[in-house]
Design a protein around this ligand. Structure first.
Ligand code: HEM
Length: 441
């Protein structure tokens, strides 16, 4: 548990960026392909030996135990979300550098705010993103799932990640926000760009001068920011029945005052938060169920188990690996002496495997006690705004697969590869074989 040193700094304190910090964790390389594919053994080792440890290369602490993760989330005054994450900022070609909008490198998203601004923005977002609006989406989500399955090759292989898990949330998010349907692939690419750029410098990589790949990512991110700003303006002039119009309206009616650019950032945040995370919920859920065939059979026999499969996936392999906080005071968490200004990587996905709460955490258990205590959607003030939508999409996506393709099989011995990010568990491909499917009901 955290103890805050309000007296200041004690004799040993030398400021946020001076002096070594410990403990460390030997072998921690979260962006290496092996640990991206399976970070769990390293986190288990951390929970047992150095539950809060410092990594010099990443320049931040990692918090791995459930109690400590919840303790950090519960105390936003000591562990602030503001200024807690930024984008990598390499040197850019002149022409691109001049197009970077203000605030681009430190996006003022909901996840990056503290009260009172957070409270205000969250209230605004909540007005546009109501439970009723989400619940009303079920028929659209279901028909979209059926259309996607209709396009699968019968008696062939399909990349479920691309053709289904990614495609569904993209269709949903483009539709509810008010983007054109054919903008989905751009939003998907841009989300990946953002997640990779939101990762502090990659292992062993020089960030001084942007290489062509990084320039491409930043160019697309700038273009998407410009597109989003244009969309906000279009909806201000001619509102429609979509979330961006509702955001603009809530902001313009004076009820919740926000800076115009904050609306653009909020819309971008909904795009990022709303597609990759849900896609990974769907693909990991199908993966765990197909890898252990009796589980798939249980769901075929009893569809009331589907919500349990969604929750257990959020716990077993949560899409949100971890997010950042900045300490606002010197504070001790167990052995770790965190200094004011230090960054903490709050590992939701490690907390969800803490043996203190979840016995046999690697097992995918449809009847797990306490599954509802997982922190896959965070907790408290910043808890996920889109949780009802993600749960709905996960449930319907699985129901449709069970109904249409009961004989779905995983392609054996495939190597699962993940994007190099610290914040999400972004699976790139998941191949399944489709024996035959039933007609659309
Ligand atoms: C399986 C899918 C999802 C997972 C695992 C997930 C996970 C999370 C987590 C862990 C947080 C807490 C961040 C923190 O404490 O710093 C969060 C916040 C947030 N999520 Fe999600 N999310 C998912 C889907 C969505 C969807 C579909 C949307 C909207 C379209 C969304 C929008 C947001 C927003 C706006 C926040 C910021 C809330 C705030 O700071 O007040 N998420 N999400």
């Amino acid at each position: 548990m955290a103890t805050v040193n309000t007296e200041g700094n004690g004799p040993g304190h030398v400021g946020a960026d001076a002096g070594p910090r410990c403990p460390h964790l030997d072998g921690y390389a979260p962006l290496s392909p092996g640990q991206l594919a399976n970070p769990y053994p390293m986190w288990a080792h951390a929970r047992a030996t150095a539950p809060v440890f410092y990594d010099e290369r990443l320049g931040m602490w990692s918090v791995t135990r459930y109690q400590d993760v919840v303790g950090v989330l519960r105390d936003p005054e000591t562990f602030s979300s503001a200024e807690a994450f930024a984008l990598r900022q390499p040197r850019l070609p002149e022409e691109l550098a001049t197009r970077i909008p203000p605030g681009f490198w430190r996006p003022r998203m909901l996840v990056a705010h503290d009260p009172p601004e957070h409270t205000k923005l969250r209230r605004l977002a909540q007005k546009a993103f109501t439970r009723e609006r989400v619940a009303a989406l079920e028929p659209f989500i279901r028909s979209t799932c059926h259309q996607l399955v209709d396009r699968f090759p019968e008696r062939g292989e399909v990349d479920l990640m691309v053709a289904y898990a990614n495609a569904l949330p993209l269709k949903v998010i483009t539709s509810i926000l008010g983007f054109e349907a054919d903008e989905g692939p751009d939003l998907r690419q841009w989300t990946e760009d953002f997640l990779v750029m939101a990762t502090p410098a990659r292992d062993g990589e020089d960030d001084d001068v942007a290489d062509a790949q990084i320039v491409g990512r930043i160019e697309r991110m700038v273009a998407m920011t410009e597109r989003c700003a244009a969309l906000v303006e279009e909806r201000r002039q001619a509102p429609r029945d979509d979330v961006i119009s509702a955001l603009v309206q809530a902001a313009d009616t004076g009820d919740v005052q926000v800076a115009p650019y904050d609306l653009v950032t909020l819309a971008l945040e909904l795009v990022i938060a709303g597609n990759d995370t849900t896609a990974n919920l769907i693909s990991h859920m199908v993966h765990y169920l197909l890898e252990d065939r009796p589980l798939w059979e249980q769901l075929l026999a009893d569809r009331t188990l589907v919500p349990a499969a969604v929750e257990e996936t959020l716990r077993r392999r949560g899409s949100s690996k971890g997010l950042f906080r900045r300490a606002t005071a010197d504070v001790t968490i167990g052995e770790a002496q965190v200094r004011s200004g230090d960054i903490l990587h709050v590992l939701f996905a490690s907390a969800n495997h803490d043996e203190a709460l979840f016995t046999d955490p690697e097992r995918f258990d449809l009847y797990r006690e306490k599954v509802g205590e997982h922190v896959g959607f965070g907790r408290f003030r910043h808890s996920c705004l889109g949780a009802p939508l993600a749960r709905l999409e996960g449930r319907v996506a699985l129901e449709v697969l069970l109904e249409r393709i009961p004989g779905l099989e995983p392609v054996p011995e495939q190597h699962l590869e993940y994007a190099p990010t610290l914040t999400t568990q972004t699976l790139l491909h998941y191949r399944v074989s489709v024996p035959r499917f039933r007609e659309t009901p």
